[in-house]
Write a protein that binds this ligand. Structure first.
Ligand code: 8YV
Length: 319
């Protein structure tokens, strides 16, 4: 059998590359910088498949210029907002993603952000690290207690449910908003809200776990932020596009939102420099799924999809 050729634009895990090399001829972009539109278009004439990350953008414009040689885009990501799925489908290119395998790692980062935002992690670290911790008092760095508080989850998919499972360990009163109500075995006592505003009204902590789509872009705008209880904490490990960052900044400055924990931003890499002045915004550089185990699992899941496709079977994660 002729070995298919695969383009890997980013540095995937060693285990992923080793497994991929056993089956495919690889072209790996060694500088580990995002694949540009021109690179994607040029490579499409040399390969049968690509394993991109969310950093490679398959816009309608790019897809229109792809070579017919490219048959499958096996994403190394669960989110696919970097892909124009309609354009790829019209071009006859199969698209897959990597659900399930990153849910726990991402939920861990959501928990870290929630705790860190609620308990002044940025300020505390700065004080101790710089030798600026010169006094202590019972009224020093008093935060918001997570245990037993009300948590609102927007999007009760795999990551939302993994986060709810961890939050149950903190005895949180879990509420969620989702397109449809979950069966009782998945809901596990969480309260369903068919209306987002009704969820916001009870969310002392709010965590976003829905994809970025035309419907969800700017979801947390000034009006919706105003519907949160005063002193709420907001966490985002999904996509930066879900939050109107100017509105969040205003809500932080007015103290209506007490703190935020953000792993994703409208501009990535880079983030929002206006957030830097606020130590009650705890920020990480989009590392939700960045664990050794999860990176291997994501790479293997993308390869499972490629293997199925080239064996003439339906890839498990075809979108
Ligand atoms: C990944 C993510 O690190 O999978 C996703 O959608 O946002 C991240 O967890 C990244 O997309 C890898 O391509």
């Amino acid at each position: 059998m002729i070995r298919p050729t695969v383009w890997i634009p980013r540095r995937l895990s060693d285990a992923t590359l080793a497994r991929a090399r056993a089956t495919y001829d690889l072209i790996v972009k060694d500088d580990d910088t995002p694949g540009t539109a021109d690179e994607i278009i040029a490579m499409s004439g040399q390969v049968d498949a690509m394993i991109p990350c969310h950093s490679e953008h398959f816009t309608a414009d790019v897809v229109a210029r792809l070579s017919p040689r490219l048959r499958i885009v096996a994403n190394h990501s669960v989110g696919v907002d970097h892909c124009d799925l309609a354009a790829l489908a019209a071009a006859g290119i199969v698209v897959t993603n990597t659900p399930d395998v990153l849910s726990d790692a991402t939920a861990e980062i959501a928990m870290l952000l929630m705790l860190g935002a609620a308990r002044h992690a940025v300020t505390g670290d700065r004080l101790v690290r710089r030798g600026e911790w010169t006094s202590w008092s019972p009224s020093f760095m008093v935060g918001k207690q997570v245990t037993g508080s009300r948590l609102g989850i927007v999007g009760m998919g795999r990551v939302g449910r993994a986060f709810a499972a961890k939050a149950r360990g903190f005895d949180m009163d879990i509420h969620y908003y989702n397109r449809s109500r979950l069966p009782a075995d998945q809901e596990q006592g969480a309260t369903f809200h068919s209306d987002l505003d009704s969820l916001l009204a009870v969310s002392d902590f709010l965590s976003l776990h829905c994809p970025a789509t035309p419907d969800t872009r700017g979801l947390m705008n000034a009006d919706r932020l105003a519907k949160l209880p005063a002193g709420a904490v907001i966490v985002n490990t999904a996509r930066g596009a879900l939050i109107d960052e100017a509105a969040l900044l205003a809500a932080i400055e007015s103290r209506h939102v007490a703190a935020a924990g953000l792993d994703c931003f409208q501009v990535e890499p880079g983030g929002n420099p206006s957030f830097a002045a606020h130590e009650n915004i705890f920020m990480l550089p989009h590392i939700g799924s960045a664990t050794v185990r999860t990176r291997d699992a994501m790479g293997f899941r993308a390869l499972d999809n490629l293997d199925a496709f080239f064996a003439g079977k339906a890839p498990r994660d075809r979108l």
